[in-house]
Structure formats: structure tokens, C-alpha cells
Design a protein around this ligand. Sequence first.
Ligand code: PLP
Length: 368
Amino acid sequence: MRTAMYLDANATEPLRPEARAAVLAAMEATGNPSSVHAAGRRARRILEDSREALAARFGGRPGDLVFTSGGTEADALAIRGLGAGRRLIVGATEHDAVRAAADGADVLPVDARGVADLTALAALLDGGPPALVCLMLANNETGTIQPVAEAAALCRRHGALLHVDAVQAAGRVATSLAALGPHSLAVSSHKLGGPMGAGALLLAPEVSTVAPLIAGGGQERGRRGGTPPLPAIAGFAAAAVAAGEVADLAPLRDAIEAVATACGAIMCGGDAPRLANTTCLALPGVRADAQVIALDLDGIAVSAGAACSSGKVTASHVLAAMGLGALAGQAIRVSLPWNATTAHVAAFARTYPRMAERLRQALAPRAA
Ligand code: PLP
């Protein structure tokens, strides 16, 4: 079935033309960047040019950027590599990529808007053993932006390390390791319009010798073994440069929210500072998966909670942490892609009210 309107950018962004061109060019380059001959040196040039572009884009030094297979591996490398021997503290609304790697961590609560409670963080850090704290820059389900710069300053005062998952923030809001001040930053190619298969962990200079998850032939200065996927990395760098710092999709998102709230939907986390492309809309009494399926049948692609968990019918841990109770199982995420236009809004406006009406009727108690 053809999807007419793609409104699930937080699952993956459409490929940017600049990224496609860079992928194709890199695929023509025969050579392993570790080889010493001319072909290897040409491949190495592509790798190092990409590294320089990405490090400049995200506020770090090229030598402190470790290529990974994506955001999940970058998060795991930070947590396992920097967290060894430290107490782990993880934001309540972190992605499963972080939660799974930080099993058994203390949980940092959020308020009703999904914003981390820094007073609680200070209390958790007070007096305890040295910690690694994980706090995402922007949430994948609600778009909520966390006070990362403040958290970084707090962590540094307490001798703690801060890892920031910037997978959803990169290319949408200002994302700079140097400006925000954490010890590491995870980014992912396919979330900013590059190909799948590449990501990066950018490290602060004082922690740049992180222990590897995957040992091997000494690639990435011994921090990540394995031949790097050159086409994906070249496309990643091209996408990051093309994406720029900020995506201004707020007028389109606001129009979508106006359509949904007129039908009785409740915005989750709408009062928080948040990404301009993301909205989380709960329709009271109607299961999220039913909404996703009904919209899909009408050619609109959205998701219920995180993409990685959209096959499961479980309430979102993000919305549950925000105290949304039953609504946590009744919310869909609409996330506008970088190339969204008013046509996306028009398609949503044609479809959403019909879906809401139909599903409510289906749920209404029948007359005897
Ligand atoms: N972190 C966040 C906030 C995400 O939204 C995702 C993917 O949805 C990831 C990490 C994992 O990234 P990747 O798909 O590149 O492994």
C-alpha cells in the first residue's frame, strides 16, 4: 500500500538529496580507509572529511568523534564506556536505547510537561558516588527539550559525567557539545535525513579515550573496531550540513494541533519548550494503535510512541512518567519531516476528524 503522507519523521527522516549524492559518490570509491595505498588514502579522505564536517557541526574536535552504526550504539558506547564503575542516573523519559544500556539506573523524574527535575538531580548527585547521568536533548515522542546546559553545569559541579542523547535534536535545534557542556553527545544519520547505518558519539576532550564496545582492528583510534561504512558516513555528514541548525516547522505543527484539538485531542507536553516538528496528541478513550491503523488506511503515516516499540501495544513510558495515566496508551506522535509542506497539513485535516469520529462511534455503547 502506498503511503500518501509521511508524518513519522522521528522514526526516520526522508533521505536528503545532498545525502543521496554523497552516498553514491562514496560507493564509487573502492578502497578501505585503513589501507595504505592510493585507493585506501582516497577512502580515508572521505572518512576524515566527514568526521571534520560532523565535529564542526556538533561543536567538538574531529579526533573526539567516534563513528558508530547509529544512535543506539552511540548511546551504549557512552554508557558502557564512560559509565563503568559509576552510578548511573537516567532521565525518566529517555529512549530505550539508553534505558536498556543503563539497566538498574536511578531514575531522574520529570514534571507534567516532561521536563527533567533538576532539583531532584541535585539531590541524587549530593553525596553519592561519582555518577554518569543520561539526559536527552529532545524527546522522541513529545519533542520536549531538556535543560541540558543547566544539567551539565550541575553534573560538573558534582564531579559527575553527563551523556546527552541528541538523536532527535540534531538538525532541529541548536546541538553543540561545546555550547551545552556535557561529556558526550550521541547523534544518528537517519534521524536528520542521512542514510541508516551510521551514527556518532562526540566526546569531550577529557573523556575522549572511551573504552570500546567492539574491539577489532584498531579503527576509530581503538574506540570502535570494524571497517567503517563509508557511504553511510559520507551521507551522514552531507545530511548534517544540509540540515543546518534549526528546522522551522512550527507553523505547520501548530496547524495540525489546531485540527486535532478541535476534535477533542489533548496535547501531551505542549507547554514545554519543544521541537518544532513534533506533536503528541491523545484522543481520550481511543487506543493509540487503533488510531495509527485507521490513519494508515487513509494514507497518513504516524506512530504510537517510539517507532522501535510500535509493534507492541504498551502504554508509552514517556507519557506515563509525565503522569498522563490512561492517556499514555491513547496518544499518537505526529512528526513532520524536513520537507513537509501545507499539503501534509491538508491531508491530516481531511483524515484526522474522520478517524476520530469513526473510532469514537465504534467505541460508543450500542442502544439495546
Ligand atoms: N535515541 C533517540 C532519542 C531515538 O529517538 C532513537 C531512535 O528512535 C535512538 C536513540 C536510536 O537511534 P538509532 O535508530 O540510530 O539506533
